[in-house]
Design a protein around this ligand. Structure first.
Ligand SMILES: Nc1ncnc2c1ncn2[C@@H]1O[C@H](COP(=O)(O)OP(=O)(O)OP(=O)(O)O)[C@@H](O)[C@H]1O
Length: 329
């Protein structure tokens, strides 16, 4: 059910004794049951460490992880590490690559009820649209198909929480959309709480109920993706979620924005072409399909703007553009 905390992290710290120290520090986070949480951050920011801590595959140095109000036991407290209600799909998929898809999935169920085992395996394969691949060896599948088999293996035993480590890293744009839809179906129809980590937050914008931004092992900001995109409290969030322009206060003043803060952020879509704006020189027109990115210059200050009329503006021409919004940090 939505709006019941499934997972709670209280001041969780796990530091590796590297120089400088790395890991995660003092992370407090609440994850509601049946929701999709996307943990986004650059490579090395601590995302994989965080999901290992949540699922009990690693113990925190300090702080506590709770699942449904109960302490999550770490590897030293359990014979088989990992919380029984949680399953992780790691980046390497962990498949038996020379075995058939069917056996990769069915092999996780016991043989006490063979008919039930077959039925359940086909149910899960159908749910993930891989039933036609049942007799193929995993090694002969595409990366996207292997990913689905890995997810099928993870959900066949009915976990309550599914953790996905970089599920979008090896798949093309078309498959990303299908994968997003599958993840949403698992949360909606199976009631699974999904936590996924991605170094590219744009992968998660349309999927996440809650987005968590981490940087250098610290939780920077979290919230609904729409709100985070539109009202980032931190410069880092703005630069991670958007391809924004970041100006110094001096450059901002040149284009008519006055602030005492050091960084002035202007999203490309906040630059509007009308006759109220400054007269910019068009340095570049970069065709992107249904839109164009224009690189504009005004007295040495360069800004990227968007045009939804490809072909309309030309490199070397001039254009009037108004900067309608900004944030300062
Ligand atoms: N077992 C370990 N021993 C020492 N340092 C580690 C260990 N595991 C991770 N680290 C370091 O901790 C930091 C966080 O690593 P982690 O794998 O959690 O980050 P990540 O955000 O998942 O990165 P990526 O996106 O590259 O997978 C990195 O600097 C990494 O080098």
């Amino acid at each position: 059910m939505i709006n019941q905390p499934a997972i709670e992290l209280k001041q969780v710290t796990k530091l590796y004794s590297t120089q400088p120290l790395s890991g995660v520090e003092s992370i407090s986070l609440t994850i509601q049951q049946g929701t999709i949480t996307v943990i986004a951050g650059a490579s090395g920011s601590g995302k994989s460490t965080l999901i290992k801590l949540i699922s009990g595959l690693m113990s925190p140095d300090s702080g506590e992880v709770y699942y449904q109000g109960k302490h999550v036991a770490g590897p030293s407290e359990k014979l088989i590490p990992g919380h029984d209600a949680m399953k992780t799909v790691a980046q390497d998929f962990n498949l038996n690559i020379y075995a058939k898809v069917y056996d990769n999935i069915a092999g996780l169920l016991s043989n006490t009820d063979l008919k039930g085992k077959q039925r359940k395996t086909f149910e899960v394969m159908e749910f993930l649209k891989i039933d036609h691949l049942a007799q193929k060896r995993a090694v002969d599948l595409s990366g996207g198909e292997q990913q689905r088999v890995a997810i099928a293996r993870a959900i066949i035993t009915g976990p309550e929480v599914l953790l996905l480590d970089e599920p979008f890293s090896q798949v093309d744009a078309m498959f990303k959309n299908e994968l997003r839809a599958d993840i949403r179906r698992m949360a909606t129809y199976l009631g699974i709480t999904v936590i996924l980590v991605s170094h590219d937050p744009l992968d998660g914008l349309s999927l996440a109920d809650n987005m968590v931004i981490i940087k250098d092992g610290k939780l920077i900001e979290e919230g609904n993706p729409f709100y985070l995109y539109d009202h980032p409290k931190k410069l880092y969030t703005a630069t991670l979620l958007t391809n924004c322009n970041v100006l110094s206060k001096e450059d901002a003043a040149t284009v008519g924005i006055f602030s005492e803060k050091d960084n002035i952020v202007i999203y490309p879509e906040w630059i509007v072409f009308n006759d109220r704006g400054l007269n910019f020189y068009i340095k570049e027109c970069l065709f992107k399909g249904f839109y164009e990115e224009l690189v504009l210059e005004y007295e040495g200050v360069v800004l990227r703007a968007l045009s939804q009329s490809p072909g309309r503006y030309k490199k070397g021409h001039w254009i009037q553009a108004e900067l309608t919004r900004f944030y300062d940090y």
